[in-house]
Design a protein. Structure first.
Length: 95
C-alpha cells in the first residue's frame, strides 16, 4: 500500500514550509492531488520527483501528460473518440 501524506507531512518530508508545498502543488510543480479542500501527496511520487532533481520542467511535463490522459478518457467516455492514422495525428498536432 502506498503511503499518502498530508500537506504538513509532505512539508516535513521535503523540509520546507507548508505554504511553499501548497503553492508549488497548486502551480503543478509538485506531484499532488487535491481531494475536496485537502492536498494529498504520494511519498513514492515525491521521492521520484526529488530523484529527478525536483525541477519545474519535469513536473510540468508530467502534469501535461496526466492532463492529456484525462482528456482522452473524457473523450472516450463521451463517445467522441475515433481511431486515426499516425500521419493524421501528427498533422493535427502540427496545426
Amino acid at each position: 500500500m502506498q503511503e499518502i501524506l498530508t500537506l504538513r507531512e509532505a512539508a516535513a518530508f521535503l523540509r520546507c514550509h507548508p505554504d511553499t508545498v501548497k503553492r508549488r502543488a497548486r502551480a503543478g510543480e509538485l506531484p499532488a492531488s487535491k481531494i475536496g479542500r485537502a492536498w494529498r501527496f504520494r511519498r513514492a511520487e515525491l521521492d521520484a520527483w526529488l530523484a529527478r532533481g525536483g525541477t519545474l520542467q519535469e513536473a510540468v511535463v508530467d502534469r501535461g501528460v496526466a492532463l492529456a490522459i484525462e482528456d482522452a478518457k473524457a473523450e472516450v467516455a463521451a463517445g467522441r473518440s475515433r481511431v486515426v492514422s499516425w500521419e493524421e495525428a501528427e498533422a493535427a498536432l502540427d496545426s
